[in-house]
Each structure stands twice: as C-alpha cells, then as structure tokens.
Design a binder for this molecule. Structure first.
Ligand code: FDA
Length: 400
C-alpha cells in the first residue's frame, strides 16, 4: 500500500476517520483478514479519546443498555450492543495491561492517561496489518466496478468496502465535519437533523444575571424534560447551567421548552424543615434552607422572590413548608439555547438508521457502504455510553 500522490491504492476496506470507531473497526477487520486503510484529515488519531474523561477516557459504562441511547429507532442499537459488551472491552484492556476503575454510576475510566487507549487502538491496527494515513483530505467518492473509488490528497483509493467513521459535528475546532452526512446523502440516505447534545444551557436577561451571580455553585438536582429525568449534579455558570444533570437533559430538550429542576432531589425536605422548626423555631427560613441547599443558592432564591417572606420558622405552618418544598422540587427554567457545537460532547441525530442494517451497519441502499460511530443516529447518555457505541458499532460492521 504505497502512497505516491497520483498512485492508485487498492484495499479491501477504506475507513474514513481515525477516531474511536474507525480504529476499532480497522483492527477487527484486519484480524478477520481484510487489507484495511484508515484515512483522517487530522494530524493525530483519536483526539477525542485523548481529551475525553478529563484525559482519562471514560471508555464505557457497565450499565450499557439500549434505553441509554437516543435514536429515532430506539431498537436499532440493541443488536450491536448485545454482541459487544463493556466486559468485552475491559477484557481487551486487560490483554494490553491497561488498568481501569469505576468512578460513579457505572462509568469506567483508565487509571492512567487516555493515550494508553489510543496506543492500543493504533497498535492493534498495525498488528493486524492495517495502514493509517493522517493529514489526508477526502475528495470525490464514486462507485467503481469493485466497490468505491475515493479521491484523496494522497492519491486515489479503490476499496471493496467504504466505512464512514468520521463522527458528528461536535467541537469543530477539533476537526469535526459533516462529511459523513454528505456521503450519506450522496448515496440516497436520509439524515436526521444533527443537534448539539450533552451541552450546557445558556440563558438571557434576568436568569442569565442571576445564574452568573452564583457561578461555580453546584448542587445535586433532578433535571427533567418531556418525561426524561436525571439525578446528578448541576453547576451554575457565567452563561447559565451546566453539570452532568444538565448535559444529560440537554439531549432531550427542545427550543422553547422549560426544564424542570427538583432542587431538593433525594432529600426528605419537608420532614427536615419541620424538624428544624421544632428544634429552632426562632431561626429564619433561610438558615433552615441552608441545611438543604448551598448558601449562595438560598440567597439567590430569596433575592429572586422565590421564597416566602417568613422571618422565623415558628411563623411557618406545615402547609407553607409543604408548599415551599413543592415549589423548590419543580423549579422551571427556560433556557435561551445551548452553547452549541463549540462545547457539545456529542451529536444527536445523524444518519437515519432506517436504511442501515442493525446487524452489520451496512447500507441497505448501497452494498459495501457502512456507517459506524457517532455519525449514525444513535446517541448515548453521558458516562461512557458513546464510546461503547463506537466500539460496538465498529465490531458489528467488522464481524457482522
Ligand atoms: P470521532 O469524532 O472520535 O472520530 C472521527 C474522526 O474522523 C476524527 O479523527 C476526525 O478527525 C475525522 N474526520 C472528521 N471529518 C473528516 C473529514 N472531512 N476528512 C477526514 N477525516 C475526518 N464519550 C464517552 O463515551 N466518554 C467520554 O468520556 C467522552 N468524553 C468526551 C469529551 C469531549 C470533550 C467530547 C467532545 C466528546 C466526548 N465523548 C465521550 C464523546 C466521544 O468522544 C464520541 O462519541 C466518540 O469519539 C465518537 O467516535 P467516532 O469514532 O464516531 O468519532
């Protein structure tokens, strides 16, 4: 597989995208006996693996199940996820001597740097006889007698199979492009409108000022929208709201909709306030609430007029305590939007699964054309689910 500029390279499988899905596919297909070439326009492979999980790559989640993925066809991911599990991935890490640990909620992270995973992916690619060409731009793609003819800045490549693994639109600064969607449309596939997901909310006007005034404050909440809800931490920021609970619910949110926040999630707040009143009747409602919520948030709620004006807990009836807890358990906020592609961790939507085989990820319209990883309309929750989809969809495409 030499690479002079005007040459024609022939391979069994050409993979576009040296990210998590593309590299994992390449090694599995190489091990299965295919001659594989991976091309990527970036200077380094798998940059998102490198920066993920704060540099320690949250590479899977032991609670992986189809319900943790959003798609227009919620059943599509089922087959691939069942055939390549988190245990399959950790067994592979063990063979490479890569240590890992569980943080919270089933999220598995490397003990060391995420570079260990990149080294494993690239090492397995080379060990299986595959080749990788970086800084290679992809041009026109056409059908040929034997499959596909792809023009690149490194010459023409003819391949029996074309595996599109060029990801979604999140973080353009890291080289994300809509190439996968362009290829899909070229070959007659529908694309479910891509949207930024796992992304902080921004606010305008009074709410923006209020939230900015307590930027840095975090508290556990239940964030809900349209029947979905997540119990995790929320963080106030200079522009609005972030933190895991907010990133999770952002994948379900639609413009113009109010997000419901239970600020007292997981606490028996009414009982706690009633007990506080019995013990310290002369103390204020604010001091009582400070036992349940961060002080700066309590002060903000008071300044916003979200709290009743009782001087002393003694003056507060049980009915008013229950009413207050109800209000704080269902605090509606109206985001003006999200931070968008600049910071979104993933892309919701993507290549419509209706015309893809759920067993092999192969196009039902064009034999030999495959889509894997984030470019497909399968989007995982926060916490390692998106890498698990990258591994599982790649495995399905390579091994059917
Ligand atoms: P990915 O984006 O990884 O790879 C696509 C490749 O295609 C890239 O190398 C790119 O350069 C290349 N490409 C794009 N356009 C091209 C073009 N026109 N020509 C040639 N090449 C092109 N998930 C998770 O499960 N756990 C985690 O901890 C995190 N953390 C995280 C942090 C941050 C900051 C981000 C942005 C994302 C995450 N994610 C995550 C999500 C995870 O990174 C993502 O779902 C996977 O990387 C998707 O893998 P893919 O291989 O499909 O695409």
């Amino acid at each position: 597989m030499s690479n002079p500029s005007n040459s024609l390279t022939r391979v069994d499988a050409l993979v576009i995208g040296a990210g998590a899905a593309g590299l994992f596919y390449a090694a599995r297909a190489g091990e299965a006996g295919l001659r594989v070439l991976v091309v990527d326009h970036a200077a380094k492979p798998a940059e998102k693996v490198r920066i993920s999980g704060g540099g320690r790559c949250n590479f899977t989640n032991i609670h992986t199940r189809p319900e943790a993925f959003l798609s227009q066809n919620p059943h599509f991911a089922r087959s691939a996820l069942a055939r390549f599990t988190p245990e399959d991935f950790t067994a592979r890490l063990a063979r490479h001597g890569i240590g890992w640990h569980e943080k919270t909620l089933g999220q598995l992270f490397c003990d060391g740097r995420s570079a260990a995973i990149i080294d494993m992916l690239v090492g397995e690619l080379h060990a299986s006889g595959g080749e990788m060409r970086l800084e290679t731009r992809v041009g026109a793609i056409a059908r040929s007698a034997d499959g596909f003819l792809v023009e690149t800045s490194g010459g023409k490549i003819e391949a029996g199979r074309l595996i599109v693994a060029s990801g979604g639109l999140s973080i353009p600064k890291m080289g994300a492009t809509g190439l996968a969607y362009d290829i899909a449309r070229q070959f007659g596939h529908e694309v479910v409108t891509p949207r930024p997901a796992l992304v902080p909310f921004v606010f305008e006007g009074r709410e923006k000022e209020d939230f900015a005034s307590i930027s840095g404050v975090a508290c556990p909440v239940r964030a809900g929208f349209d029947g979905a809800s997540f119990d995790e931490a929320m963080l106030f920021t200079h522009r609005g709201l972030s933190g895991p609970a907010i990133l999770q619910i952002s994948s379900y949110w639609r413009e113009g909709g109010e997000v419901r926040l239970d600020l007292l999630a997981g606490q028996n707040a009414a009982e706690a306030l009633i007990a506080f009143k019995a013990e310290s009747p002369r103390k204020s409602l604010l001091s009582a609430l400070e036992t349940l919520l961060p002080n700066r948030l309590v002060a903000l709620l008071a300044a916003r007029g979200d709290l009743p004006a009782f001087e002393r807990m003694a003056d507060m009836s049980h009915a008013s305590i229950h009413a207050l807890c109800k209000a704080l358990s269902d605090w509606g906020v109206l985001p003006a939007g999200t931070e968008g592609w600049r910071t979104a961790e993933v892309t919701l939507g993507g290549i419509d699964t209706a015309a893809l085989s759920s067993r092999t990820m192969e196009s039902r319209l064009v034999p030999g054309l495959y889509f894997i990883g984030e470019c497909v309309d399968v989007t995982g929750w926060l916490g390692g689910y998106n890498f698990q989809w990258a591994w599982a969809s790649a495995h399905a495409a390579a091994l059917g």
